[in-house]
Design a protein around this ligand. Structure first.
Ligand SMILES: Cc1cc2nc3c(=O)[nH]c(=O)nc-3n(C[C@H](O)[C@H](O)[C@H](O)COP(=O)(O)OP(=O)(O)OC[C@H]3O[C@@H](n4cnc5c(N)ncnc54)[C@H](O)[C@@H]3O)c2cc1C
Length: 478
């Protein structure tokens, strides 16, 4: 989009029938009912400035996002935590959260290593990412002597929502997210969700917008190979047999596809750069299970609940609480549409996942957390096991591939691609996408797009006034 809006003749090639990647949704028929399935519940945090800028192209006031009142977390047999009613202004937000949270007792607080805790406030990006090279989030919290309950909630829930076991998840990433959500911004840890399935809300309108900007959108075809042998331009082979002759390419695929495309493209980068790309890893498999039940869950259940200590269950979503299509189904059938997620499954790959036993376990854990589902009949279900998220592990930050490549004709984007800002997941995908467009535009002497971030440093005197800042002003037309 960043290119098409500047008059570049863009061809977008997407392997699936719909845009959206891991935030895709698609129709499924259950008997007479046409419903939607998606790649899973997604939280659109309010600090996602660059993603929101993109969505604003088709929904200027972001009316198709609705805020959830809380981000409740529950630990089996123990505490529950909540981010509602926490003041927004740092550091008051942090102090109030710690004071109110049952996860932090006065005794716990006396044990916390103050030096390590201050590291959370004394950040400067991107250097902070490298400061924690080789250290996992679990090791960092050991050093911090974080209370056990809080550790389960904050660490397990946080690390696992990055699809990583906590002992493999980079400490630098945890510190960056702490900065983004607690110290570096005043939007809090509350988030929005789309009022419709992802395709209806955003991707189909964005596809139409791209076409209006003059782009060609090819879905259901995939890029098989890139050829850089000629000094100018790139030849792109598609699975359909079509070839495209283009000036430049943005590789914005999932991590495994990016690795494969780069490995197969001869002449792109030297050995050490190619090795850095080859060394990136995928996170373990995860599962998304959407269930259409014959009864409603209790009216007081939140739209989304993070869970810890309930076997493989990481969260429960009651989809009809916010998604129009699910609400229609729920009204018509008197049942709930419930989605369960299980991240970082202990299996080497998706083929090894024992779906039957994971489903049995997820169902019994759902019954434990929401007892009213015990004995419910599942009228329809969709089960999805994938392993297409990057593992943001403890290897040196500077070795992760960045947006620019050794060849100015090829740039990279995606949530596995390094950038200086403390962003992650969808926001890193969007931010690196804008950065990739800006890099190509700069090469052609065309103005780029402004980017926003939370402040890049979090030294204490500055934190009370945390506001988003202009991260990179778009280069102006020369
Ligand atoms: C269950 C789940 C829950 C999540 N929850 C959240 C959340 O709450 N908040 C959050 O911020 N993030 C969340 N994420 C992460 C988020 O989905 C990703 O960070 C984001 O989608 C990454 O976008 P991307 O563009 O980098 O990659 P992708 O979304 O993977 O997009 C890559 C695209 O490239 C296409 N492609 C691949 N190979 C080819 C090829 N050869 N030719 C053509 N097309 C190709 C793919 O089909 C895909 O559409 C979640 C992810 C999952 C799986």
């Amino acid at each position: 989009m960043g290119l098409a809006e500047r008059g570049v003749d863009v061809v977008l090639v997407e392997k699936h029938a719909q845009l959206g990647g891991r935030v895709r949704s698609w129709p499924v028929d259950h008997g007479e009912d046409r419903v939607t399935m998606s790649r899973g519940f997604h939280a659109f945090f309010r600090q996602y400035y660059n993603l929101r800028a993109l969505l604003c192209r088709v929904d200027p006031a972001l009316d198709r996002l609705v805020g959830l009142d809380d981000y409740p977390l529950v630990l089996a047999g123990g505490h529950a935590d909540s981010f509602a009613r926490i003041p927004r202004t740092p550091p008051l937000n942090l102090a109030t959260f710690v004071a109110r949270s049952p996860s932090f007792t006065a005794r716990d607080l006396t044990r916390v290593d103050i030096g390590a805790a201050l590291e959370l406030l004394d950040v400067e990006f991107p250097q902070t990412f490298s400061r924690y090279d080789g250290q996992s989030a679990a090791e960092f919290l050991d050093r911090l002597r974080f209370p056990d309950g809080a550790r389960h909630l904050a660490l397990e829930v946080f690390a696992r929502s990055f699809f990583a076991p906590p002992n493999q998840f980079a400490a630098g990433e945890l510190v960056a997210m702490f900065h983004t959500y607690f110290v570096g911004s005043s939007e809090g840890l509350l988030f929005d969700v789309p009022t419709e399935d992802y395709d209806t809300a955003f991707w189909a309108p964005l596809e139409r917008y791209l076409r209006v900007c003059g782009a060609t959108v090819v879905t259901g075809d995939s890029v098989e190979a890139l050829h850089l042998e000629e000094p100018d331009g790139v030849r792109v082979d598609l699975a359909s047999g079509q070839n495209l002759e283009v000036d430049a390419v943005v590789i914005a695929t999932d991590p495994a596809s990016t690795r494969r495309l780069i490995a197969q493209t001869s002449g792109l980068g030297d050995e050490s750069w190619r090795e850095r790309v080859a060394q990136t890893r995928n996170a373990p498999p995860f599962a998304v299970w959407r269930l259409w039940l014959d009864r409603l869950v209790d009216a007081g259940r939140p739209p989304f609940l993070g869970t810890s200590g309930y076997g493989p269950l990481d969260n429960i979503t009651v989809v009809e609480r916010f998604e129009a299509g699910a609400r229609q189904w729920s009204d018509a059938h008197g049942g709930s549409v419930v989605e369960l997620h299980a991240y970082a499954l202990p299996f080497g790959d998706t083929a090894a996942v024992n779906s039957q036993s994971i489903q049995a376990e997820l169902w019994s854990q759902l019954n434990r957390v929401y007892e009213e589902t015990t004995g419910a009949t599942v009228l329809a279900s969709e089960w999805l096991v994938e392993a297409d998220c990057p593992l943001i592990d403890t290897r040196p930050w500077h070795l992760r591939p960045e947006v620019t490549t050794p060849d100015p004709r090829v740039v990279l984007a995606g949530d596995q691609i390094r950038c200086d800002f403390p962003v992650a997941l969808m926001e890193r995908a969007a931010t690196t996408g804008w950065l990739a467009a800006n890099a190509l535009l700069a090469g052609w002497g065309v103005a780029g797009h402004d980017l926003w971030t939370v402040p890049m440093a979090g030294r204490l005197p500055a934190v009370g006034s945390a506001r988003r800042v202009l991260a990179r002003s778009a280069p102006r037309r020369s």
